[in-house]
Design a protein around this ligand. Structure first.
Ligand code: UGA
Length: 441
């Protein structure tokens, strides 16, 4: 099928590459000409395992094309995906200006029947607004074409995006027309072979499903973080509690890892956006507000430990930091706990020596050159002469470090672990002051 994807961001690029990989003819449109030119030369703007060869292969085969020419894009696809960003407004609600601009662009160039599909995470009711925007432009043009707007939210995870998209758990499609259903069945048939994964529903339910999924996952994490704070005060070990409750199939082991707070471009933004949406229908989303508050507090946790350990005297101290990205296998630092920590350390007069396998360029981009941030090329290099080590992200290469190097490099053997990577008993035995989440001290 001929498919056009507007917006070459995370969701758009992965979706486009995966659709091309199964044989569809995909054209990507973006207003950013540097990004489009880069992609034509094989420069993939994001780090995502498996994405570079997939894009390259399909680009070379001519099944995946990139353009800034919106008219060409609209011409190309019978299916028009909208996968542009929905950054939070000042009040936390999703800003729809890019989504609606694409809707108008599609209507401006439309010469035939189209299915317009929302992939971006958008508040309930957006499909109606997209439909109205398209209709408005067609009316202005004094011309009519048949079109339908559908919702097809994306559930991919950063760091596993290609795999999630290739092997989705479910494909949620909100539509009210049979011809759209048929087209979507055909589009997704290659991903739907072994068992039925497509769940058709009305458009508003599909839109809410996306938020409900992310908010449920964020709730699980904040719940565990709340339990970890209780465990700490009650002399229990949250890791034991985690295993104990995860074994109940109704609870499950996924997404119950306590830590230094959830980050990324989705959970914080989507929880806030749903709180805002709830307020528009005069519903006080108390649980979601608590999820958000617990997370904000949890992001302060490592700083609180450090502050307490050094009795508030952080001026002139050097803290070695492992892990800048909001989770492993990505260079994304949006809403990362590492940022809250670094900013608090700087405000207290401390210096940070940081290492991350992928996100150091991103840190440089965000913070520029500053005296109190030094980025080093290896995990060992940041340790030299530091007063303590703190771990914000559970990259694989942090899980079995050389303890003797750590001991020999740090001024004092102190570790603050925001991801519970090590056994506190062993750490104590080996002479470390070891702070973890919800595991006593
Ligand atoms: C999340 C969802 O998991 C995807 O299903 C969804 O499609 C995506 O948002 C989206 O809306 O686009 P992502 O933000 O890439 O994906 O990352 P996650 O793997 O969900 O991790 C989010 C944060 O939660 C990370 O900071 C991670 O460290 C934290 N986390 C996760 C925990 O603290 N504990 C856990 O048990 C799991």
């Amino acid at each position: 099928m001929r498919v056009t994807v507007f917006g070459i961001g995370y969701v758009g690029l992965v979706q486009a590459a995966v659709l091309a990989a199964v044989g569809h003819d995909v054209m990507c449109v973006d207003v950013d000409s540097a990004k489009v030119d880069g992609l034509k030369k094989g420069n993939i703007p994001i780090y995502e395992p498996g994405l570079t060869p997939l894009v390259q292969e399909n680009y070379d085969a001519g099944r995946l094309r990139f353009t800034t020419d919106a008219a060409e894009g609209v011409q190309h696809g019978e299916l028009q995906f909208i996968a542009v960003g929905t950054p939070p407004d000042e009040d936390g609600s999703a800003d729809l200006k890019y989504v609606l601009a694409v809707a108008k662009t599609i209507a401006t160039h439309m010469q035939s029947k189209k299915i317009v599909i929302n992939k971006s995470t958008v508040p309930v009711g957006t499909a109606d607004r997209v439909k109205a925007a398209i209709q408005g432009v067609l009316d202005e043009r004094g011309i009519q074409f048949e079109f339908s707007v559908a919702s097809n939210p994306e559930f991919l995870k950063e760091g596993a995006a290609v795999n999630d998209c290739m092997r989705p758990d479910r494909i949620v499609i909100g539509t009210d027309s049979d011809w759209v259903k048929e087209a979507m069945q055909e589009l997704y048939a290659p991903f739907n072979r072994n068992h039925e994964k497509i769940i058709f529903m009305d458009i508003r339910s599909a839109e809410l499903t996306k938020y409900a999924a992310n908010c449920m996952l964020a709730t699980k994490i904040s719940f565990m973080n709340e339990m970890s704070n209780l465990a700490e005060r009650l002399g229990a070990d949250i890791e034991m509690v985690r295993k104990g409750i995860g074994s109940d199939a109704r609870i499950g082991y996924h997404f119950i890892y306590p830590g230094c707070g959830y980050g990324g471009s989705c959970f914080p933004k989507d929880v806030q956006a749903l709180i805002r949406t709830a307020s528009t229908v005069e519903y006080p989303a108390e649980l979601l507000q608590a999820v958000e508050n617990v997370n904000e507090r949890q992001k302060q946790k490592l700083f609180d430990f450090i502050h307490r350990h050094f009795a508030g005297d952080l001026a002139g101290k050097t803290i070695a930091l492992w892990g800048l990205s909001f989770k492993p296998n990505t260079d994304d630092m949006r809403a990362a706990s590492s940022r809250v920590l670094m900013e608090a350390l700087w405000a207290a007069g401390a210096r940070v020596h940081a290492y991350d396998p992928e996100a150091m360029q991103e840190a440089q981009r965000i913070y520029g050159l500053r005296d109190d941030l030094q980025l080093a090329g290896t995990r060992e290099a940041v340790l030299k002469g530091a007063d303590a080590l703190v771990i914000c992200t559970e990259w694989q290469q942090f899980k079995a470090p050389d303890w003797s190097v750590i001991k020999a490099s740090l001024k004092q053997p102190v570790i603050f672990d925001g991801r519970n990577l090590f056994d506190p008993v062993r750490m104590k035995r080996d002479g470390f002051a070891y702070y973890a989440i919800g595991r006593g001290e």
